[in-house]
Design a protein around this ligand. Structure first.
Ligand code: NAP
Length: 246
């Protein structure tokens, strides 16, 4: 049984994996969850946490060696592509087995009016021709791509009020998971015409797509990056089994 396990987190899946691994391995392994440090009040966990960047792939490799990490599970958000690439490079350098936990991609519901964009910049270019009022479900750092849009009323949802935000975007607060009912209510209240979202995948995030479909809104979706090469599972249970079987 490995002694030190590092989970790259910042997601609900990482928190669930940390809790599950803690239940099974408590006393037999040290589990550390790493957070980027962007959320002021992250969910509390029964395991050790650390916060802040490692200093690129080289910094992470140093950390893996210094902390004698035996296994790494990359359970970051599907759009946290830089962290996942760094994890792949660092684990190869430090010879640490790595697993990616990537939530299942969405099957887009029938009748949903979806336009695909390759990235947030392309979504921002397409939006003014589609709509006069949009709901941006693009994360805090995603808002910047929309800051020069003047002809569309923009509402973004965030877990916490950001220290700074573009003047043209109204922020509403909300912490996932969201239900279809609450997503429909938000879109109706704000008279939203277009939902802009990243195709993150996972059951929880699909509620807003289904709500937009039900309300016949246009949906502008940013394709998610491919996972890094290497071992990959799509459920917390499979990740827990991978840890236990090493
Ligand atoms: P990113 O662009 O891939 O990462 C940028 C840098 O942030 C990384 O190079 C790393 O800095 C640091 N970092 C990212 N995740 C980290 C972690 N778990 N522990 C320690 N350092 C981390 O990532 P991002 O999109 O900014 O996301 C940041 C975090 O928020 C991730 O942990 C992710 O799981 C979570 N999150 C992201 C989204 C999203 O939409 N992207 C949504 C929900 C949650 P160094 O190079 O200095 O090591």
């Amino acid at each position: 049984m490995p002694e030190n396990i590092l989970i790259l987190g910042g997601t609900a899946e990482a928190a669930r994996l940390a809790r599950a691994a803690h239940e099974t391995l408590s006393g037999r392994a040290r589990i550390v969850v790493s957070l980027a440090g962007r959320t002021r009040a992250p969910a509390s966990l029964p395991v050790e946490t650390r916060s802040g960047g490692f200093g690129g792939a080289a910094g992470l490799a140093d950390y893996l060696r210094a902390e004698k990490i035996a296994l790494l599970v990359d359970a970051t958000h599907p759009f946290a592509a830089r962290m996942s690439a760094n994890a792949r490079i660092a684990c190869a350098a430090a010879n640490v087995p790595r697993l990616q936990l990537v939530r299942p991609a969405w099957t887009i519901p029938k009748l949903a009016r979806v336009t695909w964009a390759a990235n947030l910049g392309e979504a921002a270019n397409l939006l003014p021709d589609m709509s006069q009022a949009a709901f941006l479900a693009v994360g805090g750092r995603g808002m910047a791509a929309f800051e020069t849009i003047e002809t569309v009323r923009l509402v973004a949802r965030m877990v916490e009020m950001p220290d700074e935000k573009p003047a043209n975007i109204e922020v509403v607060l909300g912490r996932p998971p969201f239900t279809g009912d609450s997503e429909r209510a938000l879109c109706e209240r704000r008279k939203v015409e277009t939902l802009v979202a990243r195709a993150s995948g996972g059951a929880a995030g699909l509620a807003k797509i289904e709500a937009a479909r039900d309300l016949k809104l246009s949906i502008l979706l940013v394709r998610r990056p491919d996972p890094e090469p290497g071992e990959c599972v799509d459920s917390v249970e499979a990740a827990r089994a991978w840890i236990e079987n090493r």
